[in-house]
Design a protein around this ligand. Structure first.
Ligand code: FES
Ligand code: MG
Length: 560
């Protein structure tokens, strides 16, 4: 399935040789006016002599390093390795910072800022005399934001992601962040572990910089970078603190100089076929639901429409083969994109329990399914590989939470009228409603049911869920409730039917009654009256369009 997008793009280009073009950066320096002279004087001010820059392509290292983003805290070291590679290949590397988005610290949610970071990336690249760019990211939103910005800037680019953290270890058990944080938090709420256990766990689960080491959003996006042809083979798997990641960064530094010489831009590499490879990779690894939103947004930047139906078609014909948490048992340290790629065809799986053969997959179909029905006319997403098989066909009464605060207030109420076969519904958590579509979709189970031993229920919302989460959780119900979607019409006691094999999600209420209820409802008030939040609410697209801003999509799609 893997067509080596870079090789393919080169072959296409070979038929139409590009005329020798001077470097893009020359437009900044070869000017008779004062500024061309001043710009080179500025390099001298930083200590670079003429041989350091003269005649060399200027390579930007676009770094989302931040001490507020623990996943990206080691990226300055990787930047040094990238610089060595750029020098080796005859380029002139200069590192620059862009906004960083750290999942743990940013409120209300990093997703509110993904598009802002992508604008920072795009404008920083286009405004500066850069001939090529090496993108450094890692934490969930930083990778897609870098790819979106680089796609829009369309200057030759390659990405190096930061790599997964070392695996956690507690009392002899291997732990993955943050799948096992969630699992043990549930056990704490069920009173099966103590506060002392919980405190001890805190120092055992996140052992190094790097991104979450389960197949969460960060690992999924890192694998997708390879499948898209935007990262070197091996990028996804090498641990953050492994010396091989420094070697890979060095190689990326050399590779970007080649891409500049060949004139290969992101729009040459990220073709419709490359996106198909990315979607197949997503399904094969049982990747994060968030990747669907990010892929639609990245594709939109190069003028490619990726409807949800395409994700589902490819899911039905892609085996799920990777046994990693949250869908399976293992952690990122054991993984390489081994079985899917021609680029890496010689690679062996030394642990067939971890990476299954295509003949003996964990599941004949891919890791994600797209649902439609009266509760999600424009689609909703479920990760069947991380769900309870017996709940994939389920009918139950709805228990509705108006928003996240309402859920927080009532979920552990001993008098809550809830049964194990009910369907928990939360609304006002979508792109507009959240705002920013927070990762609230993994609704906690009511304490009184946890104590009875219940460990999963059907949950539905217009939120996203963390790529590290698990359970029978339907997310991205589109259109969202705050935009007048049918989730806003659900009442306590209504019957909801989920049928994953048939890809259905229905509210068993007459369509006329749903329309009547929606018409009678006022939309929630706008959450922002100024600033970036205001811009966000004016221009945010729904989840099926990748939650990008309408004005950032490629002109072709923008005109639609
Ligand atoms: Fe950064 Fe999970 S918190 S990748
Ligand atoms: Mg995450």
């Amino acid at each position: 399935v893997y067509l080596e997008p870079v090789a393919a793009a080169l072959a296409r280009k070979a038929g139409h040789p590009v005329k020798e073009k001077p470097y893009r950066s020359r437009a900044w320096f070869d000017t008779p006016e004062l500024y061309g002279w001043l710009r080179q004087a500025a390099f001298r001010a930083e200590g670079f002599g003429e041989p350091a820059y003269e005649g060399r392509p200027l390579i930007g290292i676009c770094n989302s390093w931040s001490e507020l983003t623990h996943c990206n805290a080691h990226l300055r070291q990787l930047a040094e390795a990238v610089k060595r590679g750029v020098w080796q290949a005859g380029g002139f590397p200069l590192e620059f910072p862009v906004m960083s988005l750290g999942e743990y610290n940013m409120r209300p949610t990093t997703m509110l800022y993904r598009n802002l970071m992508s604008m920072d990336v795009e404008e920083s690249i286009t405004a500066n005399p850069l001939d090529g760019v090496v993108l450094l990211g890692g934490c969930d939103k930083t990778t897609p934001a870098l790819l979106m910005g680089a796609a829009s800037a369309d200057v030759p680019a390659i990405i190096v992601t930061g790599g997964p953290q070392l695996k956690g270890n507690w009392r002899g058990e291997e732990l993955g962040s943050c799948t096992d944080c969630r699992r043990y938090h549930q056990e704490l709420r069920a009173e099966r572990i103590t506060e002392e256990d919980w405190a001890e766990l805190q120092s055992c689960i996140v052992r190094s910089p790097g991104h979450c080491m389960v197949m969460g959003t960060a690992s999924t996006m890192a694998a997708i970078c390879e499948a898209l042809g935007m990262a070197l083979p091996g990028n996804a798997a090498i641990p953050a603190v492994d010396s091989r990641r420094h070697q890979l960064s060095e190689a990326a530094g050399r590779q970007i100089v080649r891409l500049v010489e060949q004139g290969l831009r992101p729009s040459d590499v990220m073709t419709p076929v490359a996106f198909e490879n990315a979607i197949r990779t997503l399904h094969a690894v049982g990747g994060s639901t968030n990747a669907i939103v990010h892929l639609a947004a990245i594709a939109g930047r190069v003028g490619i429409d990726l409807p949800l139906s395409r994700f589902d078609e490819l899911s039905r014909t892609t085996p799920f083969i990777l046994n990693l948490k949250p869908s399976g048992e293992f952690l990122m340290e054991g993984f390489l994109l081994r079985r899917l790629g021609a680029n890496i065809a010689g690679a062996q799986s030394y642990n067939p329990a971890l990476i299954r053969s295509l003949d003996e997959p964990l599941d004949a179909e891919g890791g994600l399914a797209v649902l439609h029905g009266s509760l999600a006319p424009d689609g909703a997403i479920i990760k069947p590989t991380a769900a309870s098989p017996e709940l994939l066909r389920h009918r139950g009464r709805a228990l509705v939470f108006e928003d996240h605060d309402d859920m927080d207030r009532r979920i552990d109420d001993p008098d809550l009228d809830v049964r194990p076969d009910d369907v928990l519904v939360m609304r006002n958590a979508g792109p507009l409603g959240g705002p920013g579509m927070p990762e609230w979709g993994f609704l906690p189970l009511p304490k009184k049911l946890l104590r009875q031993g219940v460990r999963d229920m059907v949950r539905i919302s217009d939120a996203r869920m963390s790529g590290t989460a698990f359970g029978t959780v339907v997310v991205h119900a589109t259109p969202e409730s705050a935009a007048g979607g049918p989730l806003a019409a659900v009442r306590n006691g209504d019957v909801i039917e989920l049928n994953v094999p048939e890809r259905r999600l229905d509210l068993m209420v007459e369509p006329a009654e749903i329309a009547r209820r929606l018409a009678a409802q006022a939309r929630p008030p706008a959450p922002y009256r100024r600033g970036y939040g205001w811009l966000f609410t004016q221009h945010i697209l729904q989840a099926d369009k990748g939650c990008d801003f309408d004005f950032l999509r490629a002109e072709a799609l923008h005109a639609e």
